[in-house]
Design a protein around this ligand. Structure first.
Ligand SMILES: [Ca+2]
Ligand SMILES: [Ca+2]
Ligand SMILES: [Ca+2]
Ligand SMILES: [Ca+2]
Length: 587
C-alpha cells in the first residue's frame, strides 16, 4: 500500500471518529483517534485541515443541509466527487481535454497494417507472475532450449527447467519465500545482534543510529495504521447499517449514496464518511486485506530475528553465487507482478480483459521481490539472468531505502548497460524528492557515474491537471526522467481477474511497454534510440502548476521541476518520431 493510502486511512480515521463521537446517540466508543494523529504525525504530513478538533464535542449540527455549513464540521465539508477513472484512460490522449495520457491508442493506429518485426523480451523482475492468466499465458517468454519439468538444465544456462524465467527467492525443494524483512530491519539487526542480519556486519555507529530511528518511526507508524484500520473496521458496519436503512434496504454504493438526499444529520454524516472511504477505494474487503498487509509488515518486515534465507538455501554470504532458486516464477502471491506484466503486454486482441501497452512483447518472469525488501544479491542475479537470456527491456517496479550490497547491483547494471538492455525503474511511492532520500536501485553508481540505458519513472494521474503528479509519486528534477500513468491503472490480477491499481509500479511498465512497442516495430532502433525517443517525445507539461506530491493540497510547483523532461510519455508521438527517423535513414 502506498503512503498516500496510509494517509487516507489516517485522515479518514479521524473523520470517522469525529463523526462517531459527534453524532452517535449511543455511548460512543472510546475516541483513540486524536492520540494516534497527534502523538507523532508521520513526516511530511500536514493534515492541519483534519486535525480532529475536540472529538467528543457534540456538534450542534441540526443544519438540514449537511456539509454546507463550514463552521459545523472541521473536516473538509465537500465529499469528494464520486468520479471513477475511465477504464482505459491510460491508453487515451488527454483526459478532460487537458490532462495528458500516453495516447497509446493512436500509437497503435499509426502502426496498423504493419506487423511487429521481432519479439521483444521484457523481463519483469517482480514478486511473481500468474503464468496461467488468460491475458498473459500467450505472451510469456518461452526459453527455446529448455524442456520443462525434466530436472535437467537442457540449455546449460545454469538454471534447471527455467521455461518462463526464474525464481531467485525459492529453494531447490520448491519452497518459496513469501515474506522478508526490510533492509532497514536487517541493518538494525546487524547493529543490535539480531539474526535477521544474516552474515551482515554492523555498519558503524552513524548508520546504526540513523537506522534505529527510521526503524522506530516505521514501527510506530505501522502500529498506528494498524489500529486505525481496526477502528474503521469497527465503524464500517455501522455506516453501512445507517445507509442501508436510509436507502430502504438497498446496499450502499458510491452511486446510490451520492444520490441520497437526507435531512437527518447522522445519515448525512454517514453519507459523507462513506463517500470519503469509497473515493479512497476503501471498502470492507480492502480494510481486511490492508489490515493483513500491515500486520505482515509488523510481523515479518520489522522482525529483527526473522531470516527466511534458509528457505532459499543459498550461500547468502557469497554475493557472486548464481544458480540458486527454483523455476516457480508465480510464487505464493503473484498479484503485483501480474499487474505489472499485464500493463506491458496483456494480450491485446484476445477479446477479454485488458490491453497491454505493447503487442509483440514477451514477458520473462523473474521472481526476486518478496513481501518485504528484495535483496541486492537477488536483484543483481535477476538482472544478469535477464541479460544472459535475451531480454531487451528490464522492468523494475521495486525499490528500497538501503542497499548494503549496492556494488553488486551496480556491477549487474553495468553489465546490462554494456549489453544494450534498457532498464526501466519505478521512482517509488513515498511522495518524496529522490534527491533527499534513496530508492534503490538508484540511477547512479556508487562512484557517481550512471548507466546510459536507464529510465526512472514517476506516476501521473488522470483526475485533473493540478494532480498530474500522483500524490504518492517520488520525483526529482534530475533523478526522475519522465512521468507515466500510474493511478487507477486497470490491470490483470491472479485468477483471470482484473482490477485497478495505483503506484509508480504501474507507471514503470507503461514505459517498458512503450519501449517494447518501439523495439518490436522498429528493429533498427537500439535501446539508446528508444530511450531518447521516449524522453524527447514526452508531452511537455513543464509549465503546468501541480500539487507537489507528498504535501496533500499544500504546496504547488511547476511540473517541470519534478523530472528531467517535465513530461508525460506519449506513445503516439514516439511512434511518429520513429517512423520519421526510419524514413530518413532508409535509402
Ligand atoms: Ca491468453
Ligand atoms: Ca536452463
Ligand atoms: Ca529442463
Ligand atoms: Ca486482453
Amino acid at each position: 500500500m502506498s503512503r498516500s493510502l496510509y494517509r487516507a486511512f489516517v485522515f479518514i480515521a479521524v473523520a470517522v471518529f469525529t463523526a462517531a463521537c459527534g453524532s452517535s446517540a449511543s455511548p460512543p466508543p472510546p475516541p483513540p483517534a486524536p492520540q494516534a494523529a497527534a502523538a507523532d504525525p508521520p513526516p511530511a504530513q500536514p493534515e492541519s485541515a483534519v486535525q480532529p478538533e475536540p472529538a467528543a464535542q457534540p456538534e450542534p449540527e441540526a443544519a438540514p443541509d449537511p456539509g454546507a455549513d463550514p463552521g459545523a464540521d472541521p473536516a473538509p465539508a465537500e465529499p469528494p466527487a464520486p468520479r471513477t477513472a475511465p477504464e482505459r484512460w491510460w491508453h487515451e490522449a488527454m483526459l478532460d481535454g487537458d490532462v495528458p495520457s500516453t495516447n497509446l491508442d493512436e500509437a497503435h493506429e499509426l502502426l496498423a497494417g504493419r506487423t511487429p518485426a521481432r519479439e521483444v523480451i521484457v523481463a519483469v523482475i517482480d514478486g511473481g507472475v500468474d503464468t496461467a492468466h488468460e491475458d498473459l499465458d500467450d505472451v510469456l517468454w518461452v526459453n527455446p532450449g529448455e524442456v520443462a519439468g525434466n530436472g535437467v538444465d537442457d540449455d546449460g544456462n545454469g538454471y534447471v527447467d527455467d521455461v518462463h524465467g526464474w525464481n531467485f527467492i525459492g529453494g531447490a525443494d520448491g519452497q518459496n519465500v513469501q515474506y522478508d524483512t526490510y533492509e532497514m530491519t536487517r541493518i538494525h539487526a546487524a547493529c543490535i545482534g539480531g539474526s535477521a542480519a544474516g552474515p551482515m556486519e554492523s555498519p558503524g555507529q552513524d548508520l546504526c543510529d540513523e537506522v534505529a530511528s527510521s526503524y522506530e518511526e516505521e514501527r510506530v507508524e505501522l502500529t498506528q495504521i494498524s489500529e486505525q484500520i481496526t477502528q474503521i473496521q469497527s465503524i464500517y458496519p455501522i455506516l453501512v447499517g445507517i445507509l442501508t436503512g436510509a436507502l430502504g434496504g438497498e446496499e450502499p454504493t458510491m452511486e446510490n449514496v451520492s444520490a441520497l438526499q437526507t435531512m437527518d444529520p447522522r445519515t448525512a454524516e454517514a453519507k459523507n464518511i462513506f463517500l470519503q472511504l469509497a473515493a479512497a477505494g476503501i471498502d470492507e474487503e480492502l480494510l481486511e486485506s490492508e489490515g493483513e498487509t500491515i500486520q505482515n509488515r509488523l510481523q515479518y518486515g520489522l522482525d529483527t530475528a526473522f531470516d527466511p534465507r534458509p528457505i532459499v538455501g543459498d550461500d547468502y554470504a557469497d554475493p557472486t553465487e548464481t544458480g540458486y532458486g527454483n523455476p516457480d516464477v508465480t510464487g505464493p502471491d503473484p498479484s503485483h507482478g501480474t499487474a505489472v506484466a499485464s500493463v506491458v503486454a496483456a494480450e491485446r486482441d484476445n477479446g477479454v480483459g485488458i490491453e497491454g501497452a505493447a503487442n509483440g512483447a514477451r514477458i520473462m518472469a523473474i521472481r526476486a521481490v518478496p513481501d518485504g525488501d528484495e535483496r541486492d544479491k537477488d536483484v543483481a542475479n535477476a538482472i544478469r539472468y535477464a541479460v544472459d537470456n535475451g531480454a531487451h527491456v528490464i522492468n523494475m517496479s521495486f525499490g528500497k531505502g538501503y542497499s548494503p550490497e549496492k556494488s553488486t547491483v551496480d556491477e549487474a547494471v553495468r553489465y546490462a548497460d554494456a549489453a544494450g538492455v534498457l532498464m526501466v525503474h519505478a521512482s517509488g511511492n513515498d511522495g518524496a524528492d529522490l534527491a533527499e532520500g534513496n530508492n534503490f536501485p538508484t540511477t547512479a553508481y556508487a562512484d557517481g557515474d550512471a548507466p546510459n540505458l536507464w529510465i526512472e519513472v514517476g506516476a501521473s494521474g488522470w483526475q485533473a491537471r493540478d494532480s498530474l503528479a500522483a500524490a504518492f509519486s517520488n520525483y526529482g528534477t534530475e533523478l526522475v526522467d519522465v512521468f507515466a500513468p500510474g493511478v487507477a491503472i486497470m490491470s490483470a490480477a491472479p485468477g483471470n481477474e482484473y482490477e485497478p491499481a495505483d503506484g509508480t509500479s504501474l507507471a514503470s511498465p507503461v514505459v517498458s511497454g512503450i519501449a517494447a512497442l518501439l523495439m518490436a516495430y522498429f528493429p533498427d532502433l537500439d535501446a539508446a534510440d528508444v530511450r531518447r525517443i521516449i524522453l524527447e517525445t514526452a508531452t511537455d507539461a513543464a509549465e503546468f502548476t501541480v500539487v507537489l506530491p507528498g504535501t496533500e493540497d499544500d504546496e504547488r510547483v511547476l511540473f517541470g521541476t519534478l523530472s528531467v523532461t517535465g513530461g508525460v510519455v506519449n506513445a503516439a508521438e514516439a511512434v511518429r518520431q520513429a517512423l520519421q527517423e526510419e524514413q530518413q535513414t532508409s535509402p
